[in-house]
Design a protein around this ligand. Structure first.
Ligand code: SF4
Length: 357
């Protein structure tokens, strides 16, 4: 009975208080899938303009499947976590080849697509196809942990299973409501009311059911294992000039920042200066001898599991025939051309300082 009441209260609250977001104005599975992939690691406000641009450029699954990966990465540029873009592209190709371009409505078929885990499969299945699957994201875990004093740390390996079991309580296959609406309601409550800090319990529609609120324990939930401090690596990169053009190289398609273009360089080793690392890395990666002319700048950038501090140097080509060892492609580019390539966020932090002469 209590679960039914919580469900009703949340859905009622959501109908009145939901934000007007572009992906909520449609049941188009393609648009919903794109939005969920974008929202995985990125804030709503950042996603909105990307979502509009992406759908303008790739309005349907066939356009996305037929596009080259580089244009997809370019459309994603600046949002980070590029594996999401690569997976969307691969999944679009699979959908066209295996499902005649129709996004599958089955949770299990969705989950087999590249980049689609439990969360996206449940979100697309429930929101676009009215299938009764609970979604479990960070917002949902926070709300559930507070409602029921669940002490499983949200970043524990077992957390998804534990919270999924709890979320199942609210799935009502006989409900006349749209099956995705409860999922959207609980996520929205986490985003707007049951926030990580400063939860707005006074305006919460389920405060009377919330054990953390009733027992004044909100600040203890959700529990999480302490994160280890991410390591920081010292990196060097070269803005390497030859005949008025600058060398950029492309990373291999898989793995960290796969498929993106960058200014060549790499990690500084022990007992090596950043300048020496720059010369060595260029020799190793593209077989060129260079001179380091001047220091351009230092930037810092944080990824999920590590940070980098990158020194960037203005360099000049001295000798050698370019041979790739690591990167999969290269270009000597002019100032105008530089903008056409997708770059990681770290490289974009200093690109405006580069001069062409
Ligand atoms: S009462 Fe407060 S802590 Fe409990 S669910 Fe509502 S907002 Fe979250």
């Amino acid at each position: 009975m209590q679960d039914k009441l919580i469900r009703e209260k949340l859905i009622g609250w959501y109908r009145i208080n939901q934000r007007d977001l572009p992906w909520r104005r449609t049941f188009n599975p393609y648009a919903i899938w794109i939005s969920e992939a974008m929202l995985q690691q990125t804030q709503v406000a950042t996603v909105i303009p990307y979502f509009h641009r992406f759908l303008r450029q790739f309005p349907d699954i066939h356009t996305l499947a037929g596009a080259d990966l580089e244009s997809v990465l370019k459309a994603w540029e600046g949002m980070g976590y590029y594996a999401r873009a690569r997976n969307l592209h691969r999944a679009a190709i699979e959908i066209v080849e295996q499902y005649q371009g129709k996004i599958p409505s089955s949770f299990m078929q969705l989950k087999k697509l590249p980049g689609v885990g439990d969360y996206i499969a449940a979100a697309v299945a429930s929101i676009a196809f009215q299938r009764p699957f609970p979604v479990v994201d960070g917002n949902v875990k926070r709300v559930l942990s507070r409602l029921f004093l669940i002490d499983t740390p949200v970043n524990d390996a077992s957390a998804h299973k534990v919270f999924y079991q709890q979320a199942l309580r609210f799935i009502d296959i006989h409900s006349k409501d749209h099956q995705g609406i409860f999922n959207q309601a609980i996520m929205e409550l986490g985003a707007l009311i049951c926030r990580p800090r400063n939860a707005d319990c006074l305006n919460c529609p389920v405060d009377s059911f919330c054990q953390a609120y009733q027992q004044n324990l909100i600040h203890h939930f959700p529990m999480r294992h302490k994160k280890r401090k991410p390591p920081e690596y010292q990196v060097s990169a070269a803005v390497l000039r030859k005949n008025g053009k600058i060398l950029i190289t492309r990373r291999k398609p898989e793995g960290h920042l796969g498929g993106l273009w960058e200014f060549p360089g790499g990690k500084v080793r022990k007992n090596e200066t950043p300048e020496q690392a720059c010369v060595r890395e260029i020799k190793e990666e593209v077989n060129l001898d260079i001179s380091v002319d001047s220091f351009l700048t230092t930037i810092k950038h944080a990824y999920t599991h590590f940070k980098i501090k990158m020194d960037i140097f203005n360099c000049t080509y001295v000798s050698g025939d370019l041979k790739l060892n690591g990167p999969v492609d290269y270009r000597w580019v002019s100032a105008d051309e530089l903008e056409l390539f997708p770059f990681p966020g770290a490289d974009r932090k200093f690109m405006h300082l580069i001069t062409f002469s």
